[in-house]
Design a protein around this ligand. Structure first.
Ligand code: C2E
Ligand code: MG
Ligand code: MG
Ligand code: MG
Length: 284
């Protein structure tokens, strides 16, 4: 009967909620452990100059190696944000990226700039800007080699605070990119008030190419007017690439070129001191 069915559904719902809550609690607990046990690692995805095909930098993307399995940041970054543990995790990402830059400089006598993602809650933290400066200094990394990626949504959460922090970072010489641009439902015109160097077109709009280029064209035009570098994220096909080149998009990343790679693989593929990357290297 209906009553029994309803109570069965409720029992099922309760069971699911309990399962979900306990999985989440477990994840929270093991995230604390993960830092101590050094279970995080960075993958690197190349960023290319679309015209020449040269690698001009990379994005660091975190992975969690837990019991031999790689866990995606999409699964644990939101939990880390809710519990606050994103602050030390985010700090680890920045420090590790500084170490890698330094390592590349020593090994190859040049370095590629690395872009790191900063979570909303991490960006709101008062110690972020001094931390970034201090870590770069400690590891002797030129600020120009470190780019901070912040999503449009995090910026809009507290735009006044964001402007002040970005100004500090920019004055110190760090690159600043607005990530996942176009998904935040904010007006395009506020961009002119932000001290940023780069805007990354969200992968969803690159995915619309070449059939529907309305949003990508608008962002590219805006970038030209405001003199910003525009990076296309998530390029998967030759057709998307051709469209972007035709519309003067200078920089891109995506599976079409390369997935994010473990550091050793990234180095083997892109860090050989070959002559074709000479003009893009940053000398030290
Ligand atoms: P994001 O910063 O927008 O990074 C781009 C994501 O798109 C990466 O996923 C990358 O692997 C994926 N991607 C790149 N090219 C393509 C493509 O051609 N096709 C498709 N389908 N996907 C592509 P990933 O590594 O899983 O990271 C997901 C998100 O997790 C990132 O989005 C970022 O928001 C967050 N994240 C990653 N690492 C960190 C980190 O160290 N700190 C923080 N706070 N967030 C991070
Ligand atoms: Mg990013
Ligand atoms: Mg993105
Ligand atoms: Mg994203």
């Amino acid at each position: 009967n209906a009553k029994a069915a309803g109570s069965n559904q409720w029992a099922f719902f309760k069971q699911q909620m309990t399962k979900w809550a306990s999985e989440r609690l477990q994840m929270e607990a093991s995230l604390h452990d993960a830092l101590k046990k050094e279970q995080f690692l960075l993958y690197f995805q190349p960023k290319l100059d679309l015209k020449s095909g040269h690698v001009i930098g990379c994005e660091a993307l975190i992975r969690w190696k837990k019991d031999g399995q790689l866990i995606s940041p999409i699964a644990f970054i939101p939990v880390a944000e809710d519990t606050g543990i994103i602050i030390p995790i985010g700090r680890w990402v920045i420090e590790q990226s500084c170490k890698v830059i330094r390592e590349w400089q020593k090994k190859y006598s040049f370095a590629l700039p690395i872009a790191v993602n900063v979570a909303s809650q991490q960006f709101a933290d008062a110690s972020l800007v001094p931390d970034i400066k201090q870590l770069a200094l400690r590891h002797q990394v030129a600020p120009e080699l470190l780019e901070i990626e912040i999503t449009e949504t995090s910026l809009m959460n507290n735009i006044n605070d964001a402007i002040i922090k970005l100004q500090h970072l920019k004055n110190a010489g760090f690159g600043i990119a607005v990530d996942d641009f176009g998904t935040g439902y904010s007006s395009l015109s506020y961009l002119r008030h932000l001290p940023i160097s780069t805007v990354k077109i969200d992968r969803a709009f690159v995915n619309d190419l070449p059939e529907d280029g309305a949003i990508a064209s608008t962002i590219l035009m805006l970038g030209q007017q405001l003199d910003l570098d525009i990076v296309a994220e998530g390029i998967e096909t030759k057709e998307q690439l051709e469209w972007l080149k035709q519309h003067n998009c200078a920089i891109g990343q995506g599976f079409y070129y390369s997935k994010p790679l473990p550091q050793a693989e990234f180095e083997a593929k892109y860090m050989q001191p070959l002559p074709h990357i000479d003009q893009h290297i940053i000398n030290v």
